[in-house]
Design a protein around this ligand. Structure first.
Ligand SMILES: Cc1ncc(COP(=O)(O)O)c(C=O)c1O
Length: 395
């Protein structure tokens, strides 16, 4: 029997103060039943029936033939770095304004992340600065579609082709987004997805690697299975499995795949709800933002974003912090993220900024605030966040 999908109502604490958390993962229809099914089946390791189901659903969403589930986006990026056969001293162009995994995955192979600044409007890697960062050691460009708004893929794709560089999409934010009608995750030779609890589709910790180059799939299966040909063994293609390459344990349990399958089947509903919250913020804060010198997200023509996150850019760090404190006083949890990688301790040790540095990234990192956004955010909580925000005046 199908259980009704749990919906959360507005949260009012015992003190009477409404509290709005930054994130609360929603529970998809069938999610608990699917997980129970795996537990009862007595087979909880990876590559079971729900792994196949979730993988098929991801293929449909991204249009990719070859997809492998992984234990995180971080691990999917690490797999991409192994698949690229990066050697110590090779360089990979990455944005500075991103999560550390985008650079760390390549640094782990001994490659040097070369940090490029972001555009002030979309906060994506500034495509105009990429060519200047290319050297004879450059092997790849890794892009992040920030907030699920596409990077300038025609320019970046053309550059990659001209210089013979591999293109990797860190598509942690972008599932369900598209550019010129083409799904994000379908532009690079590989794309990494995240199913961390803060993402639109989540299983606590999880990820996937999308392989758009058919030549990569056979090796990807091996890398993901501790460097063995166990996948071929399970398909009856070899009579024993052996250690054939380097790899690691990047294969998630079928328990996580069950949660993921339910979440993916529920994706359309999730997205309707997330877009409603995003749009309410965008419209409800527009005049207040303009009157206070605060920037709202910019979505260029041709980009369909998946309402992954909603951010505001304040004029300076003092107002950013005062705004976060002001919202906290109203029970609303707002956060900032991404400290520039080019000047992080490991960024300085393992990478280097491209010529000209990353001044926009530094400014954005100091001034960005993210508002609560999740599928079960109740309408009156959204209204409360908007009202609380509008009560703040930039000084
Ligand atoms: C752009 C980006 N890449 C990679 C990751 C890492 O994802 P995961 O936690 O699935 O490893 C994140 C996490 O938020 C992210 O924002």
């Amino acid at each position: 029997m199908r259980r009704p999908t749990p919906r959360f109502t507005a949260t009012v604490s015992t003190t009477g103060l409404r509290t709005v958390p930054f994130n609360r993962p929603h529970v998809a229809e069938n999610e608990l039943d699917y997980i129970a099914e795996v537990v009862r089946s007595g087979r909880t390791s990876g590559d079971g029936a729900f792994t196949r189901r979730a993988t098929g659903l991801l293929s449909e969403l991204t249009g990719a033939n070859d997809v492998v589930l992984t234990t995180s986006c971080t691990h999917a990026l690490e797999m991409s770095a192994i698949l690229l056969d990066l050697q110590p001293g090779d360089e990979v162009i990455v944005p500075s304004f991103t999560f550390m995994s985008t650079a760390n995955a390549f640094a782990l192979r001994g490659a040097v992340p070369v940090f490029v600044d972001c555009r002030p409007d979309t906060l994506n890697i500034d495509e105009r600065l990429i060519e200047g960062a290319v050297t004879e050691r450059t092997r790849a460009i890794a892009v992040v579609h920030y907030a699920g708004v596409a990077c300038a893929m025609e320019v970046i794709g053309e550059l990659a082709e001209r210089y013979g560089l591999a293109l990797v999409e860190d598509n942690a934010h972008g599932l369900g987004g598209s550019y010129q009608g083409r799904p994000l995750g379908s532009f690079g030779a590989m794309a990494a997805q995240s199913f961390h609890e803060t993402k639109n589709v989540q299983c606590g910790e999880g990820g996937a690697l999308i392989l758009n180059d058919p030549a990569l799939m056979a090796r990807a299966e091996i890398i993901r299975e501790k460097g063995t040909d166990r996948s071929r063994y399970f398909r009856g293609q070899v009579d024993k499995y052996r250690w054939v390459d380097i790899g690691s344990s990047y294969l998630p349990s079928d328990l996580l795949a069950a949660q993921l399958a339910a979440q993916l089947e529920f994706f359309r509903v999730t997205q309707l709800r997330r877009h409603a919250v995003w749009q309410a913020y965008h419209e409800g804060l527009a005049d207040w933002a303009a009157g206070n010198g605060i920037s709202q997200p910019m979505v260029p023509d041709g980009c369909a974003h998946p309402a992954h996150l909603y951010y505001l850019l304040f004029p300076d760090i003092a107002n950013r912090q005062a705004f976060i404190d002001h919202l906290a006083g109203r029970g609303v949890q707002a956060l900032f993220h991404y400290q520039p990688l080019h000047c992080a301790p490991a960024g300085l040790r393992y990478g280097r900024p491209a010529t000209g540095g990353c001044p926009v990234t530094e400014q954005v990192a100091d001034t960005l605030v993210r508002l609560p956004l999740f599928a079960d955010l109740a309408e009156d909580d959204v209204a409360h966040v908007i009202e609380a925000a509008r009560d703040y005046e930039v000084s």
